[in-house]
Design a protein around this ligand. Structure first.
Ligand code: GLU
Length: 451
């Protein structure tokens, strides 16, 4: 099995592209196949190295690797050879209409109630007329002559049997008058040259597939297997207004673990629950192309956040040890405890600071605590200092409740505020252990002095 992911470097990758790349990659790796990265940069004006770099970075970030990488702009000579061959064989013909002329034709057809397809008038051009156009400075563009009578059929691995009629499609332009190739021919030439066996892409390419099947036949090559994935829709209108939905950069910056995004994207559109995998091999092992339905899909960012928390909960210390150590955190006990209470990795750092640093913020935060002077004083002198462990909180609460009739819930809230500066967070009894006896005493003293 040999597949390719073929982004056009004319913009940044969005989640829809990443999903296609992931599914293609997982499919290939699950079959021990090879996966190529091809940059469809035939549109020289719009393609940019910065997009190539960011696409590579994003693919690496989600955990995708590839066996080979190339750009279509390195292969123009080959496309020219094939173009000439197809012209010789009568499959491709030159046209001289300007954009304005085509637009006038189109409007006329619509007025007459006809489908606005190209009428192939260029086929009637004489040699003399063509050279007259050339002398006038017109440059030809080239179209591929579709066989409109031939129904095009294929067995799509996701959409099932497809039987398409293409009689309402214009002969597609293959090369423009400015000399730039459109996507259609280079893609076919590369897929043939590199022996691509499976093409997995978005369902917005279905019509292209029909055209490309005819091109492949004209080139007497083998038709690959096709799988067309339904496009993502965005429930949140703020997201869908961005071009293509959400770009990967945004997801990265939201603190999402790449594997959490992968876990979500590769279960979306299957009947399986989103499982939180912590490594790519587990995702590869669980992959099956037949699990994907062709029904339309809703992308839900909240599900990605949920997947993120679950992934973090499952991550063993060894997996995050290096990242933690960069933040000065070396305690596996702390990780094992805190990972159950975080939405994103950076929350660990925040909680570590809350536990370990000399928390100036707590005294500042006291301003917004509905402080209870009496409670703080009682809490301070009842704090049990012997046998300091996870049971300390309960002993402490019992001792405080003997001195005041504050409700338990409110008491917990107040203690949490005094000790962490926050209204909510991980289980306080366990958190106390990580804050440590000395820190607690210091914080209590600060609170006493502040009120
Ligand atoms: N460059 C095309 C795109 O980004 C590739 C489609 C294909 O996979 O053939 O949509």
């Amino acid at each position: 099995m040999l597949t390719r992911f073929a982004p056009s470097p004319t913009g940044y990758l969005h989640v829809g592209n990443i999903r296609t790349a992931l599914i293609c990659w997982l499919y290939t790796r699950s079959k021990n196949g090879k996966f190529f990265l091809r940059f469809d940069d035939t549109d020289i004006q719009r393609s940019d190295i910065k997009y190539i770099e960011s696409i590579i970075e994003d693919l690496r970030w989600v955990g995708i690797d590839w066996d080979m990488q190339f750009k279509q702009s390195e292969r123009f000579n080959l496309y020219d050879d094939v173009l000439l061959q197809l012209i010789k064989d009568g499959y491709i013909y030159e046209c001289y209409e300007t954009k304005e002329e085509l637009e006038i034709k189109r409007k006329l057809q619509l007025k007459q109630g006809l489908p606005p397809t190209y009428d192939r008038e260029a086929l009637l051009l004489t040699k003399e007329k063509k050279s007259q156009y050339m002398q006038e400075g017109r440059k030809p563009h080239f179209r591929f002559m579709l066989n409109q009578d031939e129904p095009i059929k294929w067995n799509d691995e996701i959409k099932g049997k497809i039987d398409m009629k293409i009689n309402s499609i214009s002969d597609p332009v293959i090369k423009r008058e400015d000399g730039n190739y459109t996507y259609m021919l280079p893609s076919v030439v590369d897929d043939i040259d590199f022996n691509i066996t499976h093409i997995i892409r978005g369902e917005d390419h279905i019509t292209n597939t029909a055209i490309q099947i005819q091109l492949i036949k004209a080139l007497k090559a083998k038709i690959p297997v096709f799988a067309h994935l339904p496009l993502l829709h965005f429930a949140d209108s703020k997201i869908s207004k961005r071009v293509g939905g959400l770009d990967v950069k945004f997801i990265k910056e939201s603190g999402i673990e790449p594997i959490a995004l992968d876990s979500y994207l590769t279960k979306l559109g299957t009947s399986e629950q989103v499982e939180s995998y912590i490594d790519m091999q587990a995702l590869i092992n669980s992959f099956g192309i037949t699990k994907f339905s062709s029904a339309s899909l809703q992308f839900n960012i909240d599900e990605v956040y949920k997947s993120n928390s679950k992934v973090l909960q499952k991550m063993p210390f060894e997996v995050v040890a290096e990242r933690l150590s960069k933040e000065g955190i070396h305690s596996s006990e702390f990780w094992s405890f805190i990972r159950n209470n975080i939405g994103k990795f950076s929350d660990v750092i925040e909680w570590w600071h809350i536990c370990q640093s000399d928390l100036e913020c707590i005294t500042t935060n006291l301003d917004c605590i509905p402080t209870n002077k009496e409670l703080i004083q009682i809490a301070s002198y009842t704090f049990p200092q012997d046998n300091f462990d996870q049971n300390t909180l309960q002993k402490w609460v019992n001792a405080i409740k003997q001195k005041t009739d504050i409700k338990t819930k409110e008491l917990f809230r107040q203690l949490r505020l005094i000790l962490t500066g926050k209204e909510s967070g991980p289980e306080l009894a366990k958190l106390l252990v990580f804050i440590g006896k000395e820190n607690i005493i210091t914080r209590l003293n600060k609170a006493v002095n502040a009120v």
